[in-house]
Design a protein around this ligand. Structure first.
Ligand code: CTP
Ligand code: MG
Length: 265
């Protein structure tokens, strides 16, 4: 990686034995909003599967020593060989990626269930856990390191967040698609944040949240909030956007092309 000379939290901690960090990558979704095709995480961006970009983004942090990939329920074997194929050119044995080990487990029907299955597979000895969407393949390593650093400094839950560009309205959702929806409220935009991943956690707190919170959630931090445990934000990054709709693929490939140009000169 191009950042190997830059110190990362694993080097700067003053504790005798810094907490080890693992990343769980939920990658089991179908990608319905992206349109028909392979599961979203397995689709290519500039020739490389989105999931491989996401694993590289986690492994780029020197603090991350294990990545647990949660694969589509029937695709664990395919994902394992895909990871091996992309890791082996570096000369590392099966199941590792440079100094980062990886595991692959099959996922579940919801993101929440997939994350829980990833946590279940996590060996002992990792006290800090990142949860990172495979659908955010381009998150910069500085954002990953900032999240880890904040957990190391004592926050039980940390989310990267950005201010919103759009004004947001709360509505009474229409029952038929395309019909007008009554506006209920306009939250003050300056107090709103769009949150990204990786979200970082004290492992025991995250495991407790997954054991006790059963309602539907769209991110892990909201489960921690439901426990009454504080969650804090750190600055997110515009390149950590989630690939959701077809236009996002165009943007992701443009970001990769720009990086390639910048790396070349
Ligand atoms: N995810 C998962 N298991 C599921 C559903 C989602 O691991 N059962 C993962 C996705 O693979 C993705 C992340 O959660 O990396 C964020 O979800 P999202 O962007 O909604 O992806 P999909 O669910 O695949 O997309 P869609 O909702 O459009 O089908
Ligand atoms: Mg989804």
């Amino acid at each position: 990686m191009s950042d190997v000379s830059r110190p990362s939290p694993s080097d700067t901690g003053s504790e005798a034995r810094p907490a080890r960090t693992a990343a769980v990558i939920p990658a089991a979704g179908r990608g319905v909003r992206l349109g028909p095709g392979a599961p979203k995480a397995l689709r290519a961006l500039n020739g490389t599967p989105m999931l491989i970009h996401a694993v590289r983004a986690m492994a780029a942090s020197r603090a991350v020593s294990l990545v647990v990939v949660v694969a589509p329920p029937d695709g664990a074997a395919e994902v394992k060989s895909m990871l091996d194929a992309h890791a082996l050119p570096g000369g590392t044995p099966s199941g590792s990626w440079g100094s980062t080990d990886f595991l692959v487990v099959p996922g579940g029907a919801s993101r929440q269930e997939s994350v829980r299955l990833g946590l279940d597979a996590l060996p002992p000895g990792y006290d800090i856990v990142l949860v990172h969407d495979a659908a955010r393949p381009l998150v910069p390593v500085d954002t990953v390191d900032a999240v880890i650093e904040a957990v190391r400094e004592g926050a039980p839950a940390v989310v990267p967040a950005l201010p919103l560009a759009d004004t947001v309205k709360e509505v009474e959702p229409a029952t038929a698609p395309g019909t007008p929806e009554p506006v209920v409220a306009t939250p003050e935009r300056a107090r709103l944040r769009a949150v990204q991943t990786p979200q970082g956690f004290d492992r025991a707190t995250l495991v407790r949240a997954h054991e006790t919170v059963t309602g539907d959630v769209t991110d892990d931090a909201s489960m921690i909030e439901q426990l009454g445990v504080p969650v804090v934000t750190v600055p997110g990054h515009e390149e950590a956007f989630k690939v959701t709709r077809p236009l996002d693929l165009v943007l992701a490939e443009a970001v990769l092309a720009r990086r390639r140009l910048n790396d070349g000169f």
